[in-house]
Write a protein that binds this ligand. Structure first.
Ligand code: A2P
Length: 418
């Protein structure tokens, strides 16, 4: 006689389309390729996700940390999830009964409890830290969302890059007036562009790093700056009009912008005085480095110590945002190294090349337990920078694998590339 077939209830991993800012962090982090996306949503394949939780901590908004108990046979399909504007409600009859999916074949792990296991900060597939520096200030996150954004007023918008160059990068200052909007260096915000896309849906928010220190673009003011590049081409060099970047770059003083956030609780700077910052960036990836540098500059007068070393890459000098102000910073305050890839008549030079040239000084920083590394900018740079760090460490007699692991777990290696 056949017994009753057990009904399996799955704790299905879902992404909240209302909060998600489509930053791609989860898809990049997932070690089993369970996450995919289209132009509408980021979604999780129920038959692939093994509940390893690697994606949970890096997500800047928390949109990733959503679960529904469903009959396994009724698990929400990817095609359905891609059409969602909001998450489905939990069926009360199944609530609390689900277990997280089995590990996919060949993949270690697979949590099976109701309570998700915390991600292991030093796990192999996460290349950077998923914890902040121990001395970082506590950030506020998600104070405003797309349903209840905060309105900021544009108080400044000017082009940073040389008028003769193709790169149109803007410095845009937003003022929050009397509305609370506390931020830390390294955090980001979401901008909700007005209007709808061709399918009639409201545009999604886009994420931008904050370029100002915590006490304001203008010290003591409740404002912050963004560094925004006008998107005119996609990665395949095809002409596209970036919805949000064009909206932002065209803003006039007095315009009002809908803002979400703040986001981010790991890419934060240490607050202890003798901590060193090794900052590596390209293009608009300079924004968080500018915020951290300016905070240190303001604190320096109050006795902050610790070295600042910056590697900054751009196509040409005219396309490097904040070129003038950067060079005006005192040499004994920040060790600035620029790398230009398209200066006529000169060899292509990337930040990695500049780091190699300064290997002895980079190695000295790597040896120091209070060195914090920040990488922000083009995705392609991430591999190159990790490789050159490995070479520099190896040549200096350091065990890079052990050091890398330690830096990750100690919140000392922060990667934000796109
Ligand atoms: P390239 O001239 O090869 O594009 P962008 O202006 O597109 O934001 O790029 C900023 C800088 O980053 C440019 O100098 C660009 O050089 C450089 N870059 C491109 N790919 C890499 C990479 N894989 N590693 C480091 N820098 C890179």
């Amino acid at each position: 006689m056949n017994g009753p077939v057990p009904v399996e209830v799955l704790k299905q991993h879902l992404i909240d389309p209302e909060i998600c800012i489509r930053c791609n962090t989860c898809e990049e982090t997932c070690p089993v390729d369970a996450i995919t996306h289209d132009e509408n949503n980021y979604v999780v394949r129920a038959d692939t996700c093994n509940g390893c939780m690697a994606c949970i901590s890096p997500c800047p908004t928390g949109a990733i940390d959503n679960w529904r108990d469903v009959l396994k046979v009724d698990a929400y399909a990817v095609d359905d999830q891609l059409t969602w504007d909001e998450l489905p409600v939990q069926d009360d009859a199944l609530a609390g009964q689900g277990t997280i999916g089995e590990a996919a074949p060949g993949v270690a792990g697979g949590a099976s409890a109701d309570v998700p296991e915390p991600v292991i900060a030093g796990s192999d597939f996460v290349r950077g830290s998923v914890v902040p520096p121990w001395s970082a200030a506590k950030p506020y996150v998600n104070l405003y969302n797309h349903k209840a954004p905060v309105q900021a007023t544009v108080v400044g918008n000017y082009r940073l890059t040389d008028a003769s160059t193709e790169s149109d990068i803007h410095h845009i200052v937003l003022d929050f007036g009397k509305q609370p909007f506390p931020v830390l260096e390294g955090q980001s915000i979401g901008i909700i562009p007005p209007g709808t896309s061709s399918d009639g849906r409201a545009h999604h928010a886009r994420q931008y790093s904050i370029a100002s220190p915590r006490d304001g673009e203008r010290p003591g003011y409740n404002n912050l700056a963004l560094t925004v590049k006008r998107v005119t081409k996609d990665h395949q060099e095809q002409a596209v009009g970036g919805v949000c970047s064009n909206y932002l770059c065209d803003l006039k003083k007095g315009d009002v912008v809908n803002v979400m956030g703040p986001f981010g609780s790991t890419f934060l700077m240490p607050n202890h005085a003798d901590s060193h910052l090794l900052m590596i960036c390209t293009g608009t990836g300079a924004a968080p480095m500018r915020a951290m540098t300016e905070y240190r500059r303001r604190r320096r007068l109050k006795g902050a110590t610790g070295k600042l070393m910056l590697f900054f890459g751009a196509r040409t000098q005219g396309e490097l945002p904040y070129f003038g102000p950067l060079l005006n910073l005192p040499k004994d305050f920040i060790d600035t190294n620029l790398a230009f890839s398209r200066t006529p008549g000169q060899a292509k030079r990337y930040v990695q090349d500049a780091m190699r040239e300064r290997a002895a000084d980079v190695a000295a920083l790597l040896r120091h337990d209070h060195t914090y590394i920040y990488v922000c900018g083009l995705k392609g740079m991430e591999d190159g920078v990790l490789q050159v760090l490995q070479t520099i460490a190896g040549d200096a007699g350091l065990d890079w694998q052990a050091l890398w692991q330690r830096m990750k777990t100690e919140g000392r290696l922060h990667l934000e590339t796109y």
